[in-house]
Design a protein around this ligand. Structure first.
Ligand code: PSV
Ligand code: MN
Length: 388
């Protein structure tokens, strides 16, 4: 049975996972959005909830914003509010999927007025990054077509590159652009950025500060995601993760819930490729909590990432190398499985306590009374959700 060492704990102590502001708002499927008592009404309340996750875990030092959902009059005030609560404002996500004008595309649109509008939205996002101190602009595009012949796919790639160049040119200093891919939805015939190869080709043509964002829910069933992780790290182009779980499509469920072994394998490749606790590779969640409580949902998520990181750190690299060199297939596989099957939870609980954190953050949150307080306090107003 493997045991976590002080070196492992030193590595785990550095881990930070960015939370999505939208995880704290109401969400649902196209069938129903279920409201929850205490749901934030504005970005200030979303950040307060995110800070609560960090308070119980010390794992979530920053919060990603989505524009226009998280628009405020004064971003300096929002930034101070976050900092007062012990968290930072993180990635700025653009949104070109909820405006009437973008029905047939945004950054790829053949209508120059609409494409200009979409580019300008991204330039506004960079203005916001300047005010929030955010490093990354994350772009996910809901663009594509539903029917063969509907669009000139080639011309759209060219317009996309031109649009991205204009956005990239606006970045300054340490700022970066990360381009997320997704194989389908909302378009079903073709998607303009469907896979890591397309994202890579688009960002490689921009420059060093343009990278790929890998959302774990955005692949066809059976895809070997850890291979993509390996390849992007090898190419120096893995900018960030959107972590979540999927059973069927872009389910946005809790990371590590559907397939903990897949999360373990992904993190193993992150470690192998030098991406763990590497500021160049941002760990973020991109989840929605439709039926479960949102703050505990986020606590569970960051704990799952921590737990699988701990298990991946336990892989005996020397034994693995030896088994691989000897073509000992079963021994090599056994090295991985030994680490994966190690229950690290008791050790992690003890370690948390030694750092003044709750041994069981889920229980500590439940006992904290925070949920009852926000349910009592946040009365009136409009609860945040998709589009608000
Ligand atoms: C698209 O499905 C996506 O993964 C993108 O990251 C969006 O910004 C996010 O979900 C919205 O929930
Ligand atoms: Mn995503």
């Amino acid at each position: 049975m493997s045991t976590l060492t002080s070196d492992h704990f030193a590595t785990l102590e550095q881990q930070g996972i960015e939370l999505p502001s939208w995880a704290f708002g109401n969400s649902g499927t196209r069938f129903r959005v279920f409201p929850t008592a205490g749901t934030p009404r504005d970005p200030f309340e979303k950040i307060a909830d995110a800070a609560e996750v960090n308070r119980h875990t010390a794992l979530a030092p920053s919060v990603a914003l989505h524009i226009p959902w998280d628009k405020v009059d004064d971003y300096a005030v929002l930034r101070r509010h976050a900092e007062d609560l012990g968290v930072a404002l993180g990635t700025i996500n653009s949104n070109t999927f909820q405006d009437e004008d973008y029905k047939f595309g945004a950054l790829t649109h053949h209508d120059e007025r609409i494409r200009r509008k979409a580019i300008d939205h991204h330039l506004e996002c960079v203005d916001i990054m300047d005010a929030t101190g955010s490093r990354d602009l994350k772009i996910w595009l809901a663009e594509g077509s539903n029917y063969p012949g509907q669009n000139d796919m080639r011309a759209r790639q060219d317009r996309l590159q031109d649009s991205l160049q204009q956005i990239y040119a606006r970045l300054s200093g340490e700022q970066r652009l990360v381009l997320e891919y997704k194989f389908f939805e909302p378009s079903f015939y073709h998607t303009d950025v469907p896979d890591w190869g397309t994202s890579y080709a688009q960002v490689a043509a921009l420059g060093d500060r343009a990278l790929v964002c890998l959302d774990t829910g955005h692949h066809a069933p059976g895809t070997n995601i850890e291979f993509i992780v390996m390849q992007l790290l090898r190419l120096g182009k893995l900018g960030s993760f959107d972590f979540n779980s999927r059973f069927y499509a872009d389910d946005d469920l809790i990371v590590g819930a559907a397939d903990p072994f897949q999360l373990f394998r992904i993190i193993l490749e992150v470690i192998r490729g030098g991406g763990l606790n590497n500021p160049e590779v941002a760990f973020m969640l991109d989840q929605c909590h439709n039926i479960e409580d949102k703050i505990p949902g986020q606590i569970r998520s960051v704990l799952n990432v921590q737990e699988m990181t701990a298990r991946a750190l336990l892989v005996d690299r020397a034994a693995l190398d030896a088994a691989q060199s000897a073509n000992d297939v079963l021994a090599a596989n056994a090295v991985l499985m030994d680490a994966f099957y190690t229950d690290v939870r008791p050790q992690l609980a003890q370690w948390r306590e030694s750092r003044g954190l709750p041994a069981d953050p889920m229980a500590a949150y439940a006992a904290s009374g925070y949920q009852d307080r926000i349910a009592a306090d946040r009365v009136g107003g409009t609860q945040a959700g998709w589009g608000a």
